[in-house]
Design a protein around this ligand. Structure first.
Ligand SMILES: NC(=O)c1ccc[n+]([C@@H]2O[C@H](COP(=O)([O-])OP(=O)(O)OC[C@H]3O[C@@H](n4cnc5c(N)ncnc54)[C@H](OP(=O)(O)O)[C@@H]3O)[C@@H](O)[C@H]2O)c1
Length: 223
């Protein structure tokens, strides 16, 4: 992607956020790790900069990270979905919000019922935020490991706004992944269900790296 963005990863101190942060920093984007506590975000940013070998990633409190960003990615623990969105709602206005949430019910891993988490997010933040659901089936451990190498995993992208979906597919490509447009935001409930299957399969096969690949459709290059 030619256009470099400032990307805030809200709740980026957990499992999923760091791998995305390293991959986007590697691609030349300005990444801000968000947290409820600025000092925790700064600590994780410092760890990632040490892993990266350059001071490229910043850490800030979630609302400040969202305010400074062109685009925000929500990677908070699933039970924090609504409170985290409420806490940054005003800073998200006019921006793209990528929702990575896949709600998992332990221990049975029964797929969640509609509406999709991303649809719930859209209703909460309002129409001026363009919500895109993505990255639910990409394992955190694989993203962080060998972050400077492409990852053999496909991202299913669901959105009601085609231009926002295109932007997120380009960001997925920048992160070394392939991305496919998978339909409107409502369809993200299916991707959440697929994630439940994936976690069950990882458990059965004793893996942390299971993911899904699309067959029969050549991946498109996103500009
Ligand atoms: N883990 C994966 O492999 C994976 C893969 C694909 C998608 N996802 C999705 O990505 C999201 C994050 O998963 P994760 O495994 O990275 O989660 P996680 O490590 O359990 O938590 C991520 C962050 O959530 C924040 N958080 C926790 N409680 C909160 C609250 N009450 N309010 C606001 N923030 C809170 C914490 O940040 P602070 O304490 O710093 O605020 C924490 O570091 C989930 O929705 C998951 O479905 C995960």
């Amino acid at each position: 992607m030619d256009e470099k963005k400032t990307i805030a990863i809200l709740g980026g101190t957990g499992q999923l956020g760091p791998g995305l942060a390293l991959r986007w920093a590697q691609a030349g984007h300005h990444v801000i790790i968000g947290s409820r506590q600025a000092d925790k975000a700064q600590g994780v940013a410092a760890e990632l900069n040490a892993e990266f070998g350059q001071d490229l990633i910043e850490g800030k409190e979630n609302a400040e990270a969202a305010r400074l960003a062109d685009l925000c990615v929500l990677t908070v623990e699933q039970t924090a979905h609504l409170p985290a969105l409420e806490s940054v709602k005003s800073e998200l206005q006019g921006k793209i919000l990528v929702d990575t949430t896949a709600r998992l019910s332990f221990p049975d891993l029964i797929p969640p019922a509609p509406p999709a988490a991303a649809k719930i997010a859209q209703d909460l933040v309002g129409a001026s935020v363009r919500v895109v659901a993505a990255f639910q089936t990409v394992p955190a451990a694989s993203l962080r490991k060998n972050f400077n190498q492409p990852l053999d995993s496909d991202v299913l992208v669901c959105a009601d706004d085609a231009a926002a979906a295109e932007t997120v597919m380009t960001l997925a490509q920048d992160a070394g992944l392939q991305a496919y447009f998978a339909g409107a935001l409502d369809k993200a409930i299916v991707v959440e269900g697929l994630t439940s299957i994936l976690v069950s399969m990882n458990k059965y096969y004793k893996s942390r790296h299971g993911t899904f690949k699309v067959a029969g459709i050549p991946a498109k290059k996103h500009a």
